[in-house]
Design a protein around this ligand. Structure first.
Ligand code: E4P
Length: 217
């Protein structure tokens, strides 16, 4: 399973990369806006840190999306162009994919939408788990159903489980077989945590210190 960080913060990305477990980064207009930096410069900076960076178009018509998508793809060969799952987006996905530009079709909330992304040759489809859970639907069921449908037909589009809010989302996506989990930095940090690890380590170190004191020279 690939782990992506869902952030535009260089500090968070550098820290995650130092852990040796980050395979890529997803951004969206909200995340970049939060940083208050130039969009293209920030994408280029992130591309220097990780091999796969989703950068989203803001146009909502076909012409605008392919124009923005081509510009983003030229910024760095680590860029994946992120396109929203609307009819114009699916059309743009088909064109950009035929130009061998990697596309992440985002804002996917149904299996029918995921089928469209696969048919248009998307590299990734991003089902938004947390946002479905927020409206009392089952986000993880969507990931499982997309997995089944893609397997039925051998679609190559990778499932990028997005809008993950806690470690159990990551675990459930892994059990289903999602190709990628993208998560905020704080969720990646939580993956490490277990109270028994901390208690066990404390005891090991105490016993070690005591044994040194008690060992006869
Ligand atoms: C993914 O590409 C999106 O940027 C992200 O996962 C959205 O997460 P949110 O629903 O927590 O904003």
């Amino acid at each position: 399973m690939k782990f992506f960080l869902d952030t535009a913060s260089l500090q968070e990305i550098r820290e995650g990369v130092a852990w040796g477990i980050v395979d890529g980064v997803t951004t969206n207009p909200s995340l970049v806006a939060k940083e208050g930096v130039d969009f293209h410069s920030r994408i280029k900076e992130i591309c220097e840190l990780v091999p796969d960076v989703s950068a989203e178009v803001t146009a909502t018509n076909y012409e605008g999306m392919i124009q923005e998508g081509r510009i983003l793809a030229k910024l760095h060969n680590h860029v994946t162009v992120k396109i929203p799952l609307i009819s114009e987006g699916i059309k743009a996905c088909k064109t950009l994919s035929q130009e061998r530009i990697k596309v992440n079709v985002t804002l996917c909330f149904s299996v029918s939408q995921a089928l469209l992304a696969a048919k248009a040759g998307a590299t990734y489809v991003s089902p938004f788990v947390g946002r479905l859970d927020d409206i009392s639907e089952d986000g993880m069921e969507l990931v499982a159903n997309i997995f089944q449908v893609y397997r039925n037909y051998g679609y190559k589009t990778q499932i990028l489980a997005a809008s993950l809010r806690h470690p159990q989302h990551v675990v459930q996506a892994a059990l289903i077989g999602a190709d990628v989990a993208t998560m905020p930095f704080k969720v990646m940090e939580m993956l490490f945590k277990h109270p028994l690890t901390d208690i066990g380590l404390k005891k090991f170190l105490e016993d070690w210190e005591n044994s040194k004191k008690n060992t006869k020279r």
